[in-house]
Ligand binder design. Sequence first.
Ligand code: PLP
Length: 381
Amino acid sequence: MQEIYLDSAATTRPCRAALDAVTAAAEEYGNPSSTHFKGIAAKRIIDRARAQVATALGCSEERLFFTGSGTEANNQAVIGAARAKKRHSSIIVSTDGEHPSVEMPLRFLEEEGHRVIRLSTKGGKIDPDELRNALTQKVALVSVMRANNETGALYDIAMVRREIDTSGCGALFHCDAVQGFMKTTDRNALVRNCDMVTISAHKVNAFKGCGALYVQNGINLPAYILGGGQERGSRSGTESTPVLAAFGAACAEWTANRDRIEYITGLRDYTENKIEESLGDRVVIHRPAERICGILSILLKGVKSEVALNLLSSEGICVSAGSACSAHKKESRVLTAYGLKKSEIDNALRISFCYTNNREESDMLVALLKRAAGLTDRNRI
Ligand code: PLP
């Protein structure tokens, strides 16, 4: 059976450079903390990976800390920054559309006595007035994601930065950029606007179980995992040299191929137009004002997500209902926040693209969506 993978917001296929890097680095099995030549060789691989990821993000190598996942980086940033700024304020401002790896630490902090103000993300936008109101007091932390993993909405982080600066609220600004990293044309905007930025390797064609946190100079977050003091004391645990090497190699490819964004945007628009043409009023396409190139969020009227998903999967096409993370939950907090009713959420589909996809794959998807919507029978495709 053919395989058409249109679920790159859940995870991406590792690129050839990442596969080559992981194999080569696996041979350098020394412990990067060892001072003999095997250790030095492994350390060199990690230094190179750090340089490649830092270049991709546009930050200095000294301020980039590897972590065991995007989830871990978000936990460290949110809990660490809130605790570090506790004497300044116990108020945190975030949104109602954050990924669980930010939302759950926020709930944990609420139990510790912090107050969390969640800005609305209705329609995929943050209202500057609502943000301004929330910042008329001392605030410890503002945490706003760059791109939403379920709707594809891009939030205006430059606006958030301006509001923090003009308010004088004294907050640190953290951004979960797991979906946005390398997928917008102004890749330096993250480091330019934010004090802390989370990224994850498996969303940029490297491997799962690997992430990084950028922390601006002068900010000292408490270590989250204690032990041997790796990552300059920020994250203990012997580094996975091969996985980091792959992260670096995949980032270097994204840095060298900036035209991927244009390609992915073109493919998304092509697919969107085809879906609209072919399914007419049987489909609703969500178009947040600003959105990330690779995510298309739709709903098929009268067709439950799992029915469409199973049909597509049986024909070799992978998409998801909402997000992979919320797939096992009954409702989507994020799609509710976006403004969808429960009956609409039940029919939501997320189609997400990578530079490896093509128009033939989109055509196949559209033909099967038509079948799922009952517009063609099995024999016609
Ligand atoms: N933040 C967002 C927006 C995500 O989409 C994800 C993963 O889907 C994460 C954080 C978590 O990253 P990781 O899978 O590396 O833990």
